[in-house]
Design a protein around this ligand. Structure first.
Ligand SMILES: *Cc1c(COP(=O)(O)O)cnc(C)c1O
Length: 413
């Protein structure tokens, strides 16, 4: 019998813990409920100072019973980097980037799958499947490999090819789907019973939200147990938003931190913007989403921000209520804005995925329009790095030489 249960985020019903099927009868999403008084006996600000640099430092707030079940590749406790040049330029009080690209699978999906796969291991599950725009597939593949669980990943065809190609290296059965992420999900649901797959898709099981919750716990701890004013997050299925919001609620009820929650800003891609449309029902955003890559002037190609490409988030009402209650907003950015942002971040030494760069693009717009104030401290999430999105064979614009003379000839062209 687990020492924690589940509660419904919509109707507050209480249920016993289970490791799959997180939908309440009322349609709401089920989340893990802890006995926070019990947790606070051992998880203290003081005890945290002695703990290791991993998201498992918050062990009491993660729903894995036996430490032997923990499947870890060294995830979490990522750097929170100040951006002083830009604080001046944009007149913001503080600006940080949470460097989630430094997780073991190159994206913050590591966090969710470390917990999800630990729960599967604890339950004795042998086969897990996920519909994924790429990074979730890579993370399931890696953690399942580590745990000795068979992974089956179903990925829409527009996913960057390096991300796809990495999955079989971890031993996962890897399938491309001619469709969207919900089409991939439908395939898994259709085969679930026959194949014996446990579906670890977004909000299908409790571990991924709990794992992503550690981003919020970490952020608060790294900021000396204070909240930033604004969090700007590239949102797809939204488990990160739900997780961080849950983290902040738990920290508040344990007395770790007081004050207002940060304003959550969800960033999406123009043309695939259900949260933006929900927050601003009369949105007039124009779309340049042709589904194709956007060629840049110098011959490089900025690929699609597929991590944010979720037309039907599994619990849109919950996301909208978090954004609205926090005083936040949602904003869509174009591929051109994302491409420019990748270069701005690159010029500051940061390799950013299109999704991570989208938060930068959104910040520029929110600063321009005055939504961000000079008193605001702002955190952006760089959820993955540029390398995973690189395309082989796009280096045609980069010269190849043998000697210094060649170099001078090239420079004179
Ligand atoms: C999955 C993903 C997102 C979206 O995160 P959610 O918490 O599912 O909304 C953003 N960026 C990248 C790189 C991702 O892989």
């Amino acid at each position: 019998m687990k020492q924690w249960g589940l509660y419904c985020s919509r109707c507050s019903a209480r249920l016993p813990f289970r490791y799959q099927d997180m939908k309440c009868e009322c349609g709401g999403t089920l989340l893990v409920e802890y006995d926070l008084e019990l947790v606070a006996r051992t998880l203290t600000k003081e005890s945290l100072k002695q703990r290791y640099s991993s998201m498992w430092r918050y062990r009491e707030l993660l729903p894995v019973e036996d430490s032997a079940s923990i499947v870890s590749l060294g995830e979490g406790w990522t750097p929170l980097l100040r951006m002083p040049k830009w604080e001046n330029k944009l007149s913001l009080k503080r600006l940080w980037i949470k460097r989630e690209e430094q997780n073991p699978t190159g994206s913050f999906k590591s966090r969710g799958f470390s917990v999800a796969v630990s729960l599967l291991k604890e339950a004795g599950v042998t086969k897990a499947a996920v519909p994924s725009n790429g990074n979730a597939a890579g993370a399931l593949a890696a953690y399942a490999g580590r745990a000795g669980i068979q992974a089956f990943v179903f990925i829409p065809m527009d996913c960057p090819s390096l991300i796809v190609d990495e999955c079989p290296l971890y031993g996962a059965t890897t399938i491309l789907v001619d469709g969207f992420i919900h089409d991939a999900a439908a395939i898994i649901e259709a085969g679930r019973d026959e194949q014996g797959w446990v579906n670890v898709g977004t909000l299908k099981e409790p571990g991924r939200v709990e794992g992503k919750k550690t981003m919020g716990l970490e952020l608060a701890e790294q900021l000396g147990w204070t909240f930033p004013d604004v969090i700007i997050y590239p949102t797809g299925g939204g488990s990160g938003i739900i997780g961080m919001w849950k983290a902040f609620m738990e920290l508040k009820s344990m007395g770790f931190i007081q004050g207002d929650m940060p304003r959550f800003v969800c960033v999406q891609e123009e043309g695939c913007q259900p949260i933006v449309d929900g927050v601003h029902p009369v949105s007039t955003a124009t779309s340049d989403d042709s589904g194709d890559d956007l060629p840049l002037l110098d011959g490089k190609i900025i690929p699609n921000p597929t991590g944010m490409r979720v037309p039907n988030p599994p619990d849109l009402p919950l996301l909208l209520s978090i954004v609205q209650q926090s005083g936040g907003t949602a904003i869509a950015v174009s591929k051109k804005q994302i491409a420019d942002a990748i270069l701005s971040l690159g010029a500051d030494g940061i390799s950013s995925s299109p999704e991570g760069a989208a938060t930068w693009a959104a910040m520029l717009v929110l600063s321009d329009t005055g939504w961000l104030r000079a008193s605001d401290s702002v955190v952006l999430f760089n959820t993955s790095h540029a390398m995973k999105y690189a395309k082989l064979g796009t280096s045609a614009a980069i010269p190849i030489i043998r000697t210094y003379d060649d170099y001078m000839i090239y420079r004179s062209l």
